[in-house]
Design a protein around this ligand. Structure first.
Ligand SMILES: Nc1ncnc2c1ncn2[C@@H]1O[C@H](COP(=O)(O)OP(=O)(O)OP(=O)(O)O)[C@@H](O)[C@H]1O
Ligand SMILES: [Mg+2]
Length: 495
């Protein structure tokens, strides 16, 4: 039992505390705001004098209050991945694609993190804001994360730990984000505020480098090239070059150019901007589109030879013919050509600027990929190294490429029919798309033998067709009377 004097003392302490709190409540309510702020600031200074800890807070909303602060989101991501392992109260929210649940620290929860042996405390707090005027904006500084550490670690925390949190948080965000496939909207719709320059869907193409059929060494070379590029931020900065790289994929139809672009995006975790050049009005619009793209992306222009008159030849010829005598039909044709021309005025120089002009450096970490079936038609300026740094030829299916397809489609490593296929592939040309189509089982009764027989049959047919064509050409070669009349397309009369 406590002695009487002790009991009395506790009673006095208790009643004094109650009185102080009562008086403080009165002061808080009736004290003029200026005086109250003065008191609070003074108390803060007094406590911080004795408190050995330092606090850094990351408020959710920045001054403009519309956007969530980047720092807050990054810290939130970092903590969701790292600290939620130890937190006892978690908050569950639906992920962006509504297919997964994202966990984060609940409000007023605390967790500890460790960095180079230093203990760091994180708390998720909510500021109790005074009554707000009616506003459509989110209340200022509503939620924030608070980082607390001992003042002797100030240097390490502010210099190294915060960098580590931001870097890791950003990496997790990139890993978790949903990738998008963008396409440019027709320019006449831009002024509408609802219409964006790029519209997007979620990018979920299953192509991977493992499923692309090509020689293993060539494939490895491309993978190494891409991975080296994605890790070369500092190197590009050192050599004074914008962090971007151009790829030209060329080859006959059905050899895997589009599939390779999807595989590239999946390998590097990049978005794809599929640029439809014919829908772009002029060079200025092209530049605007470029500015709207983000980093970690692949800008694709498919069939570049069809998108533009990039050879610079045809127009010159057309101009030349205008000096000569004009027939009525020619006049109409020219008028039509002019009208067509006004729909897209993107020029070769505009495109070159798009690739490596000053504007192209904004954003960084971008691949620019052109595809074409006819590389020889392109202007050499467009595809010179430095613009299109790496030229990749995707060609007809070789035996090594066939083995990749056989593994993917039929789960086959070896088969007695492989020898016949290898021989035939040496004698004739077939695209990977045709091989893939033959290897694809069409019913539950189609087994490996049936699919391989179908492929052999297709190869034999292709071989016969090629032989017949060659024979035809040889006959024409030896008999000049059978040769086709030579037609110059550029000067051809459009009658
Ligand atoms: N190298 C390849 N590896 C695996 N599959 C391939 C390959 N090439 C073609 N295919 C198959 O053929 C289909 C068509 O290929 P893809 O669209 O990539 O060809 P492309 O070269 O882009 O043709 P185009 O020049 O006509 O655009 C793909 O869906 C894929 O299944
Ligand atoms: Mg394609």
């Amino acid at each position: 039992m406590l002695p009487a004097s002790m009991t009395e003392m506790w009673a006095t302490v208790g009643s004094t505390l109650a009185s102080v709190m009562f008086v403080w409540a009165i002061v808080r309510q009736y004290c003029p705001p200026d005086l109250r702020t003065f008191f609070e600031a003074y108390t803060q200074r007094l406590t911080s004098y004795f408190n050995p800890n330092i606090q850094i807070s990351f408020p959710e909303h920045t001054v403009d209050r519309f956007n969530r602060s980047e720092a807050f989101i990054t810290v939130e991501t970092y903590l969701s991945a790292n600290a939620t392992k130890s937190a006892k109260r978690l908050k569950a929210e639906m992920g962006k694609d509504s297919s997964n649940i994202v966990l984060s620290m609940d409000e007023y929860e605390r967790v500890t993190d460790e960095f180079r042996g230093i203990k760091i405390r994180w708390a998720s707090t909510k500021a109790t804001t005074e009554t707000q005027p009616i506003s459509f904006l989110p209340p200022p500084g509503k939620r924030f994360y608070k980082l607390t550490f001992h003042k002797k670690h100030r240097e390490t925390i502010t210099k190294s730990y915060l960098d580590h949190v931001l870097k890791e948080g950003k990496e997790i965000r990139v890993r978790n984000r949903q990738r998008k496939l963008y396409t440019n909207c027709p320019t006449e719709k831009w002024p509408s505020y609802k219409q964006r320059m790029w519209s997007s869907i979620v990018f979920e193409h299953p192509a991977k480098f493992e499923t692309i059929a090509m020689e293993p060494e060539k494939k490895q070379e491309i993978i190494d090239d891409l991975l080296t590029f994605s890790k070369s931020k500092d190197f590009y900065a050192k050599i004074g070059k914008a962090w971007k790289r151009g790829y030209l994929l060329h080859g006959p139809p059905g050899t895997g150019k589009s599939s390779m672009i999807a595989a590239m995006a999946n390998l590097l975790n990049y978005d794809i901007y599929d640029l439809e050049l014919t829908a772009v009005k002029d060079n200025t619009e092209l530049r605007k589109l470029l500015i709207e793209t983000t980093g970690k992306s692949i800008i694709v222009i498919e069939d570049i030879d069809c998108s533009l008159d990039l050879t610079g030849q045809r127009k010159k010829n057309a101009e030349k013919s205008s000096d000569e005598e004009e027939k009525p039909n020619e006049k109409i044709a020219k008028k039509l050509a002019k009208e067509e021309d006004s729909s897209s005025k993107v020029t070769l120089s505009g495109l070159l600027n798009f690739i490596d002009g000053l504007w192209s450096s904004c954003g960084g970490e971008r691949l620019i990929v052109f595809t074409t079936n006819y590389v020889e038609k392109l202007d050499p300026a467009l595809i010179r190294r430095g613009r299109m740094d790496k030229h990749i030829e995707l060609s007809y299916c070789g035996f090594e490429a066939f083995k990749v397809l056989a593994r993917n489609y039929l789960n086959l490593e070896m088969h007695p029919m492989f020898d016949a296929i290898q021989r035939l592939m040496g004698e004739t040309k077939i695209t990977p798309a045709d091989v893939a189509e033959n290897l694809m089982p069409k019913s539950s009764l189609d087994d490996a033998d049936k699919c391989l027989s179908k492929l052999i049959q297709a190869l034999e047919e292709a071989k016969e067709l090629e032989a017949a064509k060659k024979k035809d050409e040889d006959v024409k070669e030896n008999d000049p009377t059978l040769k086709d009349p030579v037609v110059d397309k550029d000067t051809e009369n459009p009658q």
